[in-house]
Design a protein around this ligand. Sequence first.
Ligand code: HEM
Length: 259
Amino acid sequence: MRFFPCSFSWLLVMSKIARLEKLNAFKLNLFSTTSSSLCSAAGPVLCSEFINAGADTSLTTLQWIMANIVKHPHIQAKLFAEIKAVVGEGAEEIKEEDVQKMTYLKAVILETLRIHPPSTFLVPHAVSEDAELLGYRVPKDTTVNFVISLMGRDPKEWENPMEFRPERLLNRGENGEPDRVSDVTAYKMMPFGSGRRLCPGKRLALLNLEYFVSNLVWNFEWKPVDREGVDLSVKEVFLMVVKNPLRAHVHVSKNQMKA
Ligand code: HEM
């Protein structure tokens, strides 16, 4: 049995274990010289914006996901079973193509983002023409701030909103079809925003999270540190982060010991 304090730096070490660089999604070439490419001045600016907007949001979300998985052992077990059903017993690593077949994994990630979107607000949006909404006149150029952290916890929209239940985001497959992620994830919650200003890194972020989480659950069994449990209190810095970083016992999974 090994004990790890689960801190930011530790998660970064884990990222190396997960061999992130293998993801095809990272094979971007912003400096290509073909006629349709970005100019060399735009490349560094875009790189910097992507790193600023993509690193902390993804890492914060990963912490929330792992905290919820450690807190809910039956969810960890269900996730492990789904991974096993897709890759079989001996697999060493869960690959990009494998995670596409893991619907419950996607639901766990989205359920985390429903309750714990890393950002409270979207970036401010503005109304491009006079509009009326629920009887209110909204004049052109009004700044609109969406409080996405409350949307996912709205008791009018979500039954028992603070309960972590990924199943609520799944539509049962009929006639032997696999389960599907429900459409409600596209309009009843918006952790990545919506419309034309939607986070451009959404697909990359979800793919990274699916890759990390599946490998962390496949390779290790996670348990809360005795008596302490898992504290899901929020601390608001720029993002909504885990106030007291997760501390967990981590065992190499039985599956890996056999391999
Ligand atoms: C879990 C991870 C992430 C979350 C929850 C997230 C969430 C968001 C949100 C809420 C916005 C504002 C959208 C709006 O106002 O409508 C945004 C914008 C943005 N995101 Fe993400 N994001 C994540 C990961 C990433 C990644 C990995 C990248 C890039 C690699 C990225 C790049 C950006 C950029 C460049 C913008 C600004 C877009 C604009 O100005 O129109 N994000 N993100």
